[in-house]
Design a protein. Structure first.
Length: 318
């Protein structure tokens, strides 16, 4: 088998050589041009359809809830970054802010009193008695403010007092209730600490030290919580003034017909003029060869003629 195969190859080679010789004798030579090879960059192009956009649209959404008090701009009006677009009623957030500030100040005052009692070696039982008295006074004040508020509410509904007087009475009742809740929280905290320490079998001196340690620890934690609440509510009050995020033109103003807004309500659409951008989708196997800064030729196809614009790739993204 091997020999037969080798002979076959020899015969085929002989036939091929004979064919070349005959072809040359008949004058059928092939002309060949020689040139020198050089190294260099090879340019390649990729063409894709895309979209051209000029400028940028910014939609502003409400981050608060409340009644729309005032719309400060109109459609097609030019605005600057920071200009007020609309005012939202912030009374609920202002109440929460005042309550948080009051709670922080109350906890701070209790911390100062606790430290003073520690220095003066006031017995926890005596301190607890003082806290109880404070709670009872706060409870009495809250009841009185609540009665006054209910009376003012009826008078306001019947038209006998102004809205300002009614709102003042309501605010006083809410603040008195907050003070009562804060006093009750302080009482419950002190009672809980004292009860826990008594069950652990501390002697009086050790109990005194441990009581004020735990009292201070919890008051500091409470102050941290209230401080965060102050910052959060202050931020919400500020957001009730809805402002333009950038310079531009008001092209859409949905809030003008809204009596109130909720979180996520569309407020305004602002168009900002800017440079033109061309955006196109490319194949996955092409994207790795595209680099930021590469030259681009953008052809705008119009009726009867095309317009060409030079540019560069600014960003390649998924």
């Amino acid at each position: 088998m091997k020999v037969k195969s080798r002979k076959t190859v020899v015969v085929i080679l002989v036939v091929l050589i004979a064919a070349v010789v005959v072809f040359s004798m008949l004058g059928g030579g092939i002309e060949v041009e020689m040139t020198e090879c050089q190294e260099g960059a090879v340019s390649d192009y990729y063409t894709a359809d895309g979209n051209i956009s000029c400028g940028d649209n910014s939609t502003v959404y409400s981050l608060v809830e409340g009644k729309v008090l005032e719309v400060c701009v109109r459609e097609n009006q030019q605005v600057k970054k920071g200009d007020i677009i609309a005012r939202i009623d912030s009374i609920d957030y202002e109440y929460d802010l005042a309550a948080a500030k009051g709670a922080y100040e109350k906890a701070s005052a209790e911390l100062e009193l606790s430290r003073m009692n520690r220095m003066q070696k006031v017995l926890p039982q005596d301190y607890l008695s003082t806290v109880k008295q404070e709670y009872m006074a706060a409870e009495t004040a809250s009841k009185a403010a609540g009665i006054q508020y209910e009376s003012s509410k009826k008078l306001y509904q019947s038209g006998n007092i102004s809205k300002l007087e009614y709102e003042s009475s309501k605010s006083a009742a809410e603040q008195a209730l907050a003070a009562k809740i804060q006093a009750k929280s302080g009482l419950d905290r002190a009672e809980s600490i004292l009860k826990k320490l008594k069950t652990q079998g501390f002697d009086q001196d050790s109990l005194n030290v441990r009581f004020y340690d735990l009292e201070e620890e919890q008051l500091l934690a409470d102050m941290g919580v209230q401080e965060s609440a102050v910052k959060r509510n202050q931020n919400m009050v500020e957001k009730c003034l809805i402002r333009a995020p950038k310079d531009g033109t008001v092209v859409k103003l949905p809030i003008k017909d809204a009596g109130s807004v909720f979180y996520g309500t569309e407020v305004v659409l602002i168009y900002t003029a800017g440079k033109a951008y061309a955006e196109a989708d490319v194949l996955i196997n092409v994207a790795p060869f595209l680099k930021e800064g590469d030259p681009v030729l953008v052809t705008v196809v119009r009726r009867g003629t095309n317009e060409n614009y030079q540019g560069r790739i600014e960003q390649v993204y998924d």
